[in-house]
Design a protein around this ligand. Structure first.
Ligand code: C2E
Ligand code: SIN
Ligand code: SIN
Ligand code: SIN
Ligand code: FE
Ligand code: FE
Length: 413
């Protein structure tokens, strides 16, 4: 429970914090958890406007999450709904008004909107009080809807949202809307860089990089929790890891179409050229100014190293492209990095990238079925991959599966 003065201080602090988050998914998570904390709401959702629809983009539910046990994540599926006056969120987006509803199941028949209780039925949850507000950007355009559910009093009883909660959460929504818009722009910029880089159908690329990034973030978070790394450090790291992971193959910008799009197995010579994408990627971030640049270079350079030392590019100075003294074989070629010599983020993205590459159709191969892909990941534990991270990957397989559902491949033709 926040008293008023603390609330104001917290609001200012959150404004600063959310402005430091660059990634959209992480931002939605932060916005929702802070809004829930401010108003003691048990659950909540964020809908983002996409074209003429509202996309259900993020959900939290403390009661359902607690039932799952410690450190487990709530799994939800995304869906889109039309912006019209029939649903609560649709009404709010359509009219730009706040709806403060005492009991979702007692909405008057005279109103155009009603509550969709199908999720309650599925989950066994009981929605009661709901505060649903439009998120408007600085040009007063509606970019989405923030919905808070089941306000609690000090004893944990469900109560209605107060009239005085409304301006607080509206103010908060202004910060959130501006930050979300910025994050959407960052993501668009990154996606443009990537589609330029991969010189492929951007549809294929978009889903692949989103999944690789989301898998990497989930693996990292589970690993960091296991190592008892404090949550605020985890949050900062997740944010830059996600973008770094999205850019893991950005060095493919320099690889010719003839190789990149070759619908057959590469020759040894061609594969040598292809391997260069790791070094080129790292070079794009040479004047690293931020943690984000540094991590992007680290991921690009190290995502094809293998735990047993048989990966590439190995011990090279990525600026000069020379092998590092003392780390060469008899022919003077660089040795591969081995085990924990490979930076953590490289080891994480390796698993994420290969798993997704195996499950996806490529110009040079068909998609493998999931079971077979999982079997490879398991078999390669201690060979290609860090065994501890493989174990974590299997621990969070339900989360991994929900990520792949969230970013489906668009039809390729
Ligand atoms: P990618 O398609 O994103 O694949 C990433 C990594 O996933 C590969 O790294 C490899 O470790 C794994 N992988 C993908 N498909 C398979 C598969 O069918 N079997 C197995 N066992 N592993 C697989 P790798 O090999 O270092 O390749 C790096 C990149 O080089 C690939 O990225 C792709 O862009 C390109 N590439 C690799 N092989 C070929 C090929 O035969 N033809 C073409 N056109 N491109 C290739
Ligand atoms: C959650 O925090 O409940 C889910 C996180 C995510 O899906 O991004
Ligand atoms: C709605 O806003 O109508 C959807 C609410 C929900 O089902 O959670
Ligand atoms: C504000 O205008 O209240 C803050 C929004 C922002 O800085 O993005
Ligand atoms: Fe790669
Ligand atoms: Fe890749």
């Amino acid at each position: 429970m926040f008293v008023k003065k603390d609330r104001l201080a917290r609001l200012l602090q959150v404004g600063v914090e959310i402005n430091q988050i660059a990634d959209l998914d992480l931002l939605l998570e932060k916005v929702l958890s802070e809004a829930r904390k401010l108003l003691d709401a048990d659950a909540g959702s964020i809908y983002i406007k996409e074209d003429d629809k509202l996309k259900f983009s993020h959900a939290q539910n403390e009661t359902l999450r607690k039932k799952l046990g410690p450190d487990k994540k709530l799994i939800y599926t995304t869906f889109s709904m039309p912006i019209n006056n029939k649903s609560i969120a649709g009404f709010v987006a359509n009219n730009g008004v706040t709806l403060n509803i005492k009991d979702a199941y007692k909405i008057s028949d005279t109103l155009s909107y009603s509550f969709d209780g199908s999720y309650d039925k599925l989950s066994g949850y009981h929605t009661q009080s709901m505060l649903t507000i439009p998120m408007k950007n600085s040009r007063a355009e509606i970019i989405g809807v923030l919905q808070l559910i089941n306000k609690h009093d000090d004893k944990g009883n469900i109560i209605s949202f107060l009239k005085e909660d409304e301006p607080i959460v509206r103010h908060f929504a202004i910060y959130a809307a501006n930050a979300i818009e910025r994050a959407q722009m960052t993501r668009t910029t990154i996606m443009r860089m990537i589609s330029m880089a991969e010189l492929r159908d951007p549809k294929e690329t978009g889903a692949h990089v989103n999944r690789v990034a989301a898998y990497a973030v989930e693996i990292y978070e589970a690993y960091a929790k296991k190592k008892k790394i404090p949550q605020d450090k985890i949050d900062v790291q997740r944010d830059s890891l996600r973008m770094a992971a999205m850019l893991h193959d950005v060095g493919k910008v320099a690889i010719s179409d003839l190789i990149l799009k070759k619908p057959a197995k590469l020759t040894d010579e061609e594969f040598k050229v292809m391997q260069h994408h790791t070094i080129i990627g790292a070079q794009l971030f040479i004047d690293a100014r931020s943690d984000f640049d540094e991590q992007s270079a680290e991921v690009a350079l190290n995502h094809h190293e293998k735990w047993d030392g048989s990966g590439y590019p190995g011990y090279v100075d990525f600026v000069t492209e020379k092998s590092l003294p003392g780390h060469t074989n008899k022919e003077g070629l660089p040795l591969g990095k081995k085990g924990k010599e490979i930076p953590l983020l490289g080891r994480i993205v390796a698993i994420a990238d290969v798993y997704d590459a195996l499950c996806s159709k490529r110009v040079y191969k068909e998609a493998w079925d999931k079971e077979k892909a999982l079997q490879i990941i398991r078999e390669e534990s201690g060979k290609h991959f860090d065994p501890e991270l493989v174990e974590i990957f299997f621990d969070i397989l339900d989360v991994i599966n929900s990520v792949s559902e969230r970013y489906p491949d668009e039809e390729l033709e």
